[in-house]
Ligand binder design. Structure first.
Ligand SMILES: [Zn+2]
Length: 542
């Protein structure tokens, strides 16, 4: 048989139609700044392909089994089979066992030594390893959920009713945004999401499962008998709206409770972390006849920023309409429309335009139709605010092109593109002051040189995230956003019209003083608000 004449992964992926040639070009460009990242992970990170389709195609090309590994796929107690250190080192998660075979998922099988060492560890436990691949991000999410265990304890001997009440009240006290109630093989695991991270807070005996699920269904107004996925709401806690969803797994029904605190807790943009520069604020948002987009991955606080922008622009004489999925905060004086299963952003937007609002907030531009109508709205006397899923402000142009918005429409309508990330703030109760290391100084200096910013780090201290009972031993408390702002100036409009690449647009933006997220992030490190480590976990710069 002829030897396998395999082409590089990128070429094969294009041939399979999963990505386009220009996506590979963008990914390789990104790789120059992130040399340790693998092509598949970058395509996934940049959101250039449907993640599951991309993974399947990679599996076929590489001849590997694949799984889009999520928490719910992990059917075993991982740490009984592999130490967390080794799992992290090898980026490997054993996730299911059947008849002496253990399925292990890796994010990097090119490191043969690591793969082999995991295989031997499993063999020592009498298990034959069956290998799967997934994205690095998926492995890291699972690892994260395994590592964070809070010191909090919940009285698990109580009745179902009081356990559930306990779980919910304790989550509120700890500022959790979500509660996960997950039946597993031998217990029910309770986890909180706090400042974006999941913490395991309790494991409750399996024999309490039916009581807890029964109680959750009762207070969420769900059908007790129905096992299909359900959505409900809990309204018995006056300060909170709690949305509940259920989904069956092999050990029972899993519940996720999303906690939304009521009341006007919209923060000002500066308070959120926007650079304290009133002129920039005005240049970025005080517009008419155009579109401003907040561009970031999911879970980075885009919606919170949009609400703050609306709050900043809200005046009695201005007519503001929002189309959201769902409406998270009610704001007095606004006409807020919620998307449901029968409506779409595009459909609602069409209806709203007939009401002639001055400002329209469109929750998200996620398809061609919405993009086109949003553009039209921006060209006909309205100011449109929206979000879009890209990694940074400059990639918005490429994303809109991908949605078949013409260069003319982009250049004439897009006014501002803002990107953001949420980073955790050092816990004020336990942070420990220290000097920057030589290596850290070098990293900061190098970034400063690259972007033409003079970071003066003489006499500046940094802090270690230590951990105490106030911060679930994580060393961090609350989050702050870092922002980058791209103003679509005349020279940039010209470049867009000429179909210039992301790279060319970026070069011009630098000339005009655009500063990437990283610069704003380093500033927040130098101000002692966060750490270089935390920033790197978001932006991967070393
Ligand atoms: Zn602390």
């Amino acid at each position: 048989m002829a030897t396998n004449q395999r082409q590089p992964l990128g070429i094969e992926l294009v041939r399979k139609g999963v990505v386009k040639q220009e996506d590979i070009r963008d990914a390789l460009e990104y790789q120059k700044n992130h040399p340790k990242e693998k092509l598949g992970d970058i395509l996934n990170e940049l959101n250039l392909a449907d993640p599951r389709a991309l993974l399947d195609a990679m599996g076929e090309i590489l001849g590997e089994k694949t799984i889009y590994l999520l928490d719910g796929d992990v059917k075993i107690d991982v740490t009984r089979y592999i130490s967390l250190d080794i799992a992290k080192e090898a980026q490997a998660i054993p996730f299911e066992i059947n008849d002496g075979t253990v399925k292990v998922c890796f994010s990097d099988i090119s490191n043969k030594q690591q793969v082999e060492s995991v295989r031997l560890i499993m063999l020592n436990k009498g298990l034959v390893m069956e290998r799967y691949i997934t994205f690095k991000k998926n492995i890291q999410k699972v690892l994260e959920s395994l590592t964070q265990v809070s010191t909090e304890t919940i009285d698990t001997d109580a009745t179902g009713t009081s356990i559930v009440d306990n779980i919910i009240r304790s989550a509120m006290a700890k500022r959790a945004s979500d509660i996960h109630v997950e039946p597993s093989e031998s217990s029910i695991r309770i986890r909180y999401r706090i400042d974006g991270q999941l913490f395991t807070v309790a494991k409750i005996d399996k024999d309490k499962q039916s009581q807890i699920i029964g109680r959750l269904k009762a207070i969420s107004n769900m059908h007790q008998e129905k096992q299909e996925p359900q959505d409900g709401r809990i309204i018995m806690y006056p300060d909170y709206n709690i949305r509940v969803s259920s989904q069956k797994n092999i050990y029972g029904e899993k519940f996720v409770l999303r906690l939304l605190k009521k009341g006007n807790n919209i923060k000002g943009l500066f308070e959120l972390g926007f650079p304290r520069d009133p002129k920039l604020l005005k240049d970025a948002f005080d517009k008419r006849n155009s579109i401003t987009v907040i561009a970031a991955p999911t879970g980075e606080g885009k919606t919170t920023t949009l609400y703050s922008v609306i709050d900043y622009l809200n005046k009695p004489e201005i007519n503001i309409t929002t189309i959201e999925d769902p409406v998270e905060i009610r704001i007095p004086g606004l006409n807020q429309i919620e998307i449901d299963t029968k409506t779409t952003f595009a459909g609602s937007l069409r209806t709203v335009l007939r009401q002639d609002p001055d400002i329209i907030l469109v929750g998200e531009i996620r398809d061609e139709e919405t993009a086109q109508i949003a553009m039209q709205a921006g060209q006909t006397g309205h100011y449109v605010l929206s979000t879009i899923h890209t990694l940074n402000a400059i990639e918005v142009v490429a994303r809109l092109r991908k949605m078949n918005v013409s260069n003319y429409d982009i250049s004439s309508t897009l006014a501002t593109s803002i990107s953001q990330r949420l980073v955790r703030k050092l816990c004020p109760h336990c942070k420990r002051e220290r000097e920057f290391t030589e290596e850290e100084r070098n990293i900061i200096q190098k970034i400063g040189n690259k972007y033409g910013v003079d970071f003066n780090i003489e006499n500046i201290k940094t802090y270690d995230a230590v951990g105490c009972d106030k911060c679930n031993n994580s060393g961090y408390f609350d989050r702050i956003a870092i922002y980058e702002t791209l103003l679509i100036t005349d020279p940039i409009k010209e470049l867009i019209i000429k179909n210039a690449s992301t790279l060319e647009i970026r070069e011009e933006a630098y000339k005009e003083g655009y500063k990437p997220l990283l610069i704003e992030g380093i500033r927040k490190v130098l101000e002692g608000i966060t750490t270089l480590d935390e920033l790197n976990s978001k932006l991967l710069f070393y």
